[in-house]
Design a protein around this ligand. Structure first.
Ligand SMILES: O=C[C@H](O)COP(=O)(O)O
Length: 257
């Protein structure tokens, strides 16, 4: 269960949010071995998050929201995978729709970012998803699979087995509009089936497929009950530690699988 804070919470707010999240999960005796909890704060928060997680031995993972395809050099404003690795980032989001839309990122760049992360032991969370017009035309599966092929270009089966892929229908992000569990399953199932074809069984069975888009404590259990949804990428609701903890513990709150 990953919480993408997007451009919210400065480093002071990050510290209090993380502590509240950790205490809430500890109080509930959350078993981190069964459901991994990940926060994805802005770059400026990462050192603070690292210090807290290490100092207090919190059972939380963290990562960044973007990474440069380059390892170092004249790339003003960018942050490299070696820098993230040094900060203890286990994950990095690549190809989020907000970056694809706001910064014109295409599949080729997303694939280069994923490769950069993997070179330095950071697991990419590769985001794919269709806009409303594509869904209305009924072309969501072909659209997402083309994005997936492009965004994973050049990765071998063992790299894919360790990956996280997040399916986020763009029309469901931050809108309160949730895809139905069947909508999520259709595309998440197609993603896994495609990876089975292109990279084999070990890759398809190892990859973790997340659903993202207006996930809340009240709707998470239904989407998690689908076969090919392994977790959630949560935006808005991850800013509230009580809500995010309830999402992480969906089985206990809502009797999911
Ligand atoms: O990365 C997270 C997603 O974009 C979902 O955001 P949301 O939960 O605010 O809809």
């Amino acid at each position: 269960m990953a919480g993408n804070w997007k451009m919210n919470l400065d480093h002071l707010q990050a510290a209090s949010t993380l502590q509240k999240l950790a205490w809430t999960l500890q109080d509930a005796k959350h078993d981190a071995a069964s459901v991994e909890v990940v926060v994805l704060p802005p770059f400026t928060d990462l050192r603070t998050v690292q210090t807290l997680v290490d100092g207090d031995r919190l059972e939380l993972s963290y990562g960044a929201q973007d990474v440069s395809p380059h390892d170092s050099g004249a790339h003003t404003g960018d942050v490299s995978a070696p820098m993230l690795a040094r900060l203890g980032c286990r994950y990095v989001v690549v190809g989020h729709s907000e970056r694809r839309d706001d910064h014109g990122e295409g599949d080729e760049l997303v694939a280069a970012k994923a490769a950069a992360a993997l070179r330095h032991g950071v697991t990419p969370i590769v985001c794919v998803g269709e806009a409303l017009d594509v869904r209305q035309a009924g072309r969501q599966v072909e659209h997402v699979l083309a994005q997936l092929d492009g965004s994973l270009a050049g990765l071998d089966a063992s790299a894919v087995a360790g990956l996280v892929v997040a399916y986020e229908p763009v029309w469901a992000i931050g809108t309160g509009e949730v895809a139905t569990p069947a909508d999520a399953q259709e595309v998440c199932g197609a993603i896994r089936a495609r990876l089975r074809e292109t990279h084999g069984d070990a890759a398809a069975d190892g990859v973790r497929v997340l659903y993202g888009g207006s996930v809340k404590p009240s709707n998470v259990a239904a989407v998690m009950a689908e076969d090919d949804v392994d977790g959630a990428l949560v935006g808005g609701a991850s800013l509230d530690p009580a809500d995010f903890a309830a999402i992480v513990r969906y089985q206990h709150h809502h009797g999911g699988r």
